[in-house]
Design a protein around this ligand. Sequence first.
Ligand code: DAT
Ligand code: MG
Length: 151
Amino acid sequence: ELQEKTLVLVKPDAVQRRLVGNVIQRFERRGFKLVAMKLLQADQGLLDKHYQQLRQKPFYPALLAYMTSGPLVAMVWEGYNVVRSTRAMVGDTDSATAAAGTIRGDFSMHVSRNVVHASDSVETAQREIGFWFQQDELVAWESGDQDYTYG
Ligand code: DAT
Ligand code: MG
């Protein structure tokens, strides 16, 4: 589906390590369309919603401390199969098994500092985008290269 959207977070470790541009460049170069982006300091309330499935995990307090340790960049990318493609570009959750060439495989050493988040399904993406963005922060625009990036 051409209009499929996903949420990508460039996590605080990546902001500190000046990896924001590299992450953006990968999705741009692939041909996906950036439809929303902001730098923000996330608070616990937002992360409790975003990570509601993980709140009972033993690592959740550490995850919360990490994700609130500094600013992060939240983005919405749009395009054909963007959820699945983005997950493939991000790589395995555990950096030790993330393939070389993926974001985590190239930039991350450990699951607890794994550089990026990407939504894991279309339904999750819709929910997560709603946590991080107001409806009017999403910009609908026509990309001029459409005929060259899609058959
Ligand atoms: P993903 O980010 O690949 O979707 P997830 O949704 O299972 O992975 O977990 C969300 C984040 O929680 C993950 O990016 C890093 C952290 N996390 C997951 N498992 C962990 C573990 N065993 N130890 C520490 N952090 C973990
Ligand atoms: Mg996940």
